[in-house]
Design a binder for this molecule. Structure first.
Ligand SMILES: Nc1nc(=O)c2c([nH]1)NC[C@@H]1CN(c3ccc(C(=O)N[C@@H](CCC(=O)O)C(=O)O)cc3)C=[N+]21
Length: 286
């Protein structure tokens, strides 16, 4: 058996088509949604991600507001940019590209974002709202995963999910999303302290791996027919000396799984589509 590929790139393209229609309706009301990005330093990976976000915006008609600071920027300079974006009525939501250079205080920066302009859904207030079940912008990667599974009719209600990774951007908030009444999955949150990881993944209908450990999930660790979601993205140097990105799922898993969300072409494009969705939703609320 070879797994059905759940194509995140195609699904993200579908979502962008839907957003284009919503952006047109907003234009008739005289509203242009605006996404801000804050990039500190010149890390090529971060630059590429931010460029991708601006390309996505252009595709659906969202205005982009690009703020860049040098690698040696001070916290005060960063504060000033965030204060500006909080006050800018053309900016409906924005993100601070992570990681920030080590001398800057990431927690302080994230807490300075106006929670109602938090396009990533990672502000402590919004994570708190998610815990409490209040309305909030949702974290993009978790939201993208739930949306991708929903659009491919992978049932969550009653499903046993093994979620590997408890990070702040994926594992922890995804566990919260999947256990809402509207999803009603049963989640086992696994992490580096988990004793027999394979016992948990083998018992699951859906295995989601967001550990950042290349090849962590191998074919012997799943039940044949299970749905597998690869959230890992780690830069490795290949045999040819070139850098490339690799996921957390061993390629042989595709021979055993029933369905696979691959990397690349899975969660990454969905994350970007959800960022756009968060901004359009903010603009729609006025
Ligand atoms: N404040 C903040 N928000 C983020 O959302 C955020 C961040 N910081 N820092 C870095 C990570 C990483 N990230 C990715 C998003 C999409 C792909 C993506 O689309 N990847 C493609 C492959 C690369 C491509 O084709 O461009 C894929 O998986 O198919 C990858 C990585 C968002 N991040």
């Amino acid at each position: 058996m070879t797994a059905t590929i759940l194509d995140g790139k195609a699904t993200a393209a579908e979502i962008k088509d839907e957003l284009r229609v919503r952006v047109k309706a907003l234009a008739e009301r005289g509203v242009t949604p605006g996404l801000g990005t804050v990039l500190v330093g010149a890390d090529p990976g971060s630059q590429a991600y931010v460029n991708g976000k601006h390309r996505d915006c252009a595709e659906v008609g969202i205005a982009s507001i690009r703020r860049e600071l040098p690698a040696d920027a001070t916290q005060a300079q960063l504060d000033e940019v965030l204060t500006d974006l909080n006050a800018d009525p053309a900016c409906h939501g924005y993100i601070v590209q992570l990681p920030l250079p080590a001398h800057l205080d990431t927690q302080r920066a994230l807490e300075m974002i106006d929670p109602d302009k938090d396009a990533d859904g990672l502000h402590p207030v919004n994570l708190g709202r998610l815990v409490l079940g209040y309305d909030a912008p949702l974290p993009c990667t978790p939201r993208g995963i739930v949306e991708l599974l929903r659009r491919h009719d992978v049932a969550l209600r009653g499903a046993k999910v093994a979620l590997v990774g408890r990070g702040n951007t994926v594992g922890r908030p995804l566990g919260l999303l999947l256990t809402r009444r509207s999803e009603n999955a049963t989640v086992t949150l696994c992490h580096t302290g988990t004793l027999d990881l394979a016992a948990h993944t083998r018992a699951a209908d859906i295995v989601i791996v967001a550990a950042g450990v290349p090849g962590l999930l191998t074919a012997d660790m799943i039940t044949p027919g299970a749905t597998v979601v690869d959230v890992g993205i780690t830069r490795v140097i290949g045999a040819d000396g070139k850098g490339r990105y690799t996921g957390d799922v061993d390629p042989e898993v595709a021979e055993v799984a029933g369905a696979l969300v691959p990397m690349p072409g899975g969660v990454g494009p969905m994350t970007r589509a959800m960022l756009l969705t968060n901004v359009v939703e903010r603009a729609e609320r006025g």
